[in-house]
Write a protein that binds this ligand. Sequence first.
Ligand code: FAD
Ligand code: UDP
Length: 406
Amino acid sequence: MNQREGFGNAAALARATGQGFDYLIVGAGFAGSVLAERLARGMGRKVLLVEKRSHIGGNAHDRHDDAGVLIHPYGPHIFHTNSADIFEYLSRFTQWRPYQHRVLAQVDGQAVPLPINLDTVNRLYGMNLTSFEMEKFLESVAEKKDRVLTSEDAVVSKVGRDLYNKFFRGYTRKHWGLDPSELDASVTSRIPTRTNRDDRYFADTYQAMPVHGYTRMFEAMLAHPNIKVMLNTDYQEVVELLPWKHMIYTGPVDAFFNYKYGKLPYRSVRFEHKTLGQQQFQPVGTVNFPNDYAYTRVTEFKHLTGQSHAATSVVYEYPCAEGDPYYPVPRPENAALYKRYEAEAEQLDNVTFVGRLATYKYYNMDQVVGQALTAFKALSEHEVSSPAPLSEHIPVRSRSEVAGAA
Ligand code: FAD
Ligand code: UDP
């Protein structure tokens, strides 16, 4: 008996006895793990969580490196949110260490605060402005725009051309492989401008790191007898073998549809990790290099995690086109292509698309948690009104097929 027959028999038996999984969840990042937790713990559903990598947590996964320093293999992840609901939900699975992230940008031979604030401008230009004077200064250098459409517009309309060239143009071209004029305004609008001396990277109400790391938080989320986690498995290996009623897909949406409309651009990054035999490498969590080197930024994890250790570990981020998909690329033509995939996704009755890759949104962790909690609410309401049958080796079912069968 080969493995496929073995699974096939198990599947037939499961169907015959009314067993199997209520949900097949693809991807064990925030989107998949929050939904697995809610469906199992909140509704008593049976969940199979399939992850193609060798670990849970998606890109937020963390682990100790060979020296014993807690690192983020997929780049620095700092939790911040304005939502009390999202913070309280995650607090069920972890305690927190308060942490306010700070970033310096290496510009014109100086390391100055980013987001641009009063100190940034005074130090760069050798001035001694007050907050009020800085507002006037920015008004004098800002370029008037009737419409702010691109990432270039968003910056030059606030801080003018020189600060744009020093902080944003080079970094954005390096990170995205595109000029800021080719990206939606929303990308650089993530970074505020301040006329006071606040040098925190984020201004959210809740800013904290899970005390024992993200992976431990994910383990607590998924520790439920109704959740089976299958690592090192592409969902395509099991989708037709194991019976399930509804699929939640959190991988790249274009891959799900076999790239039928073409590839959606996702930007990748090569992470170069180093461990150094010294207590501290740099004064703050992250130093950005807008204009020099092939990497965009260097992050020292001990600032984020608060770990005490004789050594320290850092990561250099080299943006690239090929590799794991990390960033959806916000620009009009990509939004148009995504719309075509989204229309296909909406036709599927028994598949729900959630997360940064599956909905092609440049979302932070808290936004993905919020999106997953909203999807859970919709699923629980839908389930009550129309209970689903187990799949009959049919991976996905369109809404028209469902209507036709009724
Ligand atoms: P993912 O974490 O990508 O999870 C999807 C999972 O699906 C992956 O584990 C993948 O292996 C799996 N998968 C895909 N296809 C298949 C398949 N065919 N079969 C089985 N499994 C599959 N957010 C913040 O809030 N703060 C930060 O500081 C921050 N920093 C970031 C830094 C970097 C470099 C990056 C790339 C992102 C950062 N983010 C940050 C964003 C954060 O990583 C995401 O918002 C969040 O992790 C997305 O969760 P997700 O579940 O949607 O996707
Ligand atoms: N950005 C920049 N210079 C910087 C930092 C950010 O031009 O020093 C721009 C760049 O386009 C970047 C975007 O602002 O992609 C958002 O920055 P953020 O730090 O939020 O990016 P992420 O942490 O998601 O990579």
